[in-house]
Every structure is written in C-alpha cells, then in structure tokens.
Design a protein around this ligand. Structure first.
Ligand SMILES: [Zn+2]
Length: 174
C-alpha cells in the first residue's frame, strides 16, 4: 500500500512495482498503450490498441497482450483466461487472431466484473482460492471444460518471459 495525505493506492497480487518521482513518470508510463480499464477504452482506446497489436504481426498473441506498450493493464491472469474462453492457442500470431476487438472487449468486461468482486480476481464468477479461474494457476488440474490437464507455457523471451496457462485440447495449435 502507498499513501499520501490525500490518496491511498492499494495493490493486490502485484507482480512488479516501480516507484518514481512525479518528474520521472514519463520514463515508466510515457510509452504505455491505451489503458483497457479506462472508461473511454471502448470508444477511444480500442482502435489504437488494435492498431498497435496488428503491428506486432507474427508475435504470439499472449506475448502481445502482456506487452504494456501495445495495451496497458493486462497481466498473466487476463492474458490466459480470455484466450481459453475463445479457444485461441496462446502462440497464435497476433495479426491472425479472429475478432480481436471482441476478445479485447470481452477481456475488459471480465476485468471490470472482477474489480467489482469482493472475493478477489475471478473469471468464473466463483470466489475462493482456486475457484476463480479456468486455467490460470491450475497447471496439471483437469480443464473445467474437457478434463484434459491444464498446461503452462511461456510467453516472451528471457529475462521478461511470463507464464501462460492453457488447455492443450481446447486451445490446440493450428
Ligand atoms: Zn479443455
């Protein structure tokens, strides 16, 4: 938790946190893509995000979703879960993902609902440890859709690679 006399910022399950002086903010956020949780995202940010993602061409969609310069706000939960729901292989080239706009708007809808949840991040709508996700943090456990063990792969290259969870049967490589 960070706080001053006016504001309190509460972070929940943060993978990384950088704190800088206000004058240096540009070094951290000057390069960010549109914020998926911004109220104006559906009307103003979406087109720019789609443009930035399309520019990544053959880069795997999971890696691009986690790239904050393409679209800001998505971590490993919100990269893995929507790709499962849409049955998209996480290493599908970004430019070949069907209905990318629909994927981003669905992701935003799930994130907004989760923010409003009192029991922490949830995709399934269920609360409680291990109940809130379809694939994230469920490696080796049976897929909720088909029973196949959930696998964990890697998006990106060292040292900035990130874990991506997926069902190899529901999200097969093309
Ligand atoms: Zn499955």
């Amino acid at each position: 938790m960070l706080a001053n006399a006016v504001w309190t910022a509460l972070g929940d399950r943060l993978g990384m946190l950088d704190v800088v002086a206000t004058r240096d903010e540009g070094t951290l956020i000057g390069h960010l893509g549109p914020d998926i949780l911004d109220d104006a995202f559906p009307t103003e940010g979406l087109a720019e995000a789609l443009h930035r993602i399309a520019q990544r061409g053959r880069t795997p969609i999971a890696e691009v979703l986690l790239d904050q310069t393409a679209l800001a706000g998505i971590g490993t939960i919100w990269a893995s879960e929507p790709l499962f729901l849409r049955r998209i292989w996480p290493w599908t080239p970004a430019a070949e993902v069907p209905d990318l706009a629909g994927l981003l708007l669905m992701t935003r809808g799930l994130m907004v609902r989760s923010v409003e949840s009192t029991s922490g991040p949830t995709v399934t709508g269920e609360g409680g440890r291990g109940q809130g996700s379809y694939v994230h943090s469920r490696m080796g456990r049976p897929c909720r859709r088909c029973g196949t063990p959930i696998e964990r792969g890697v998006a990106g290259e060292p040292p900035t690679e990130r874990p991506i969870s997926y069902c190899p049967r529901c999200q097969p490589a093309p």
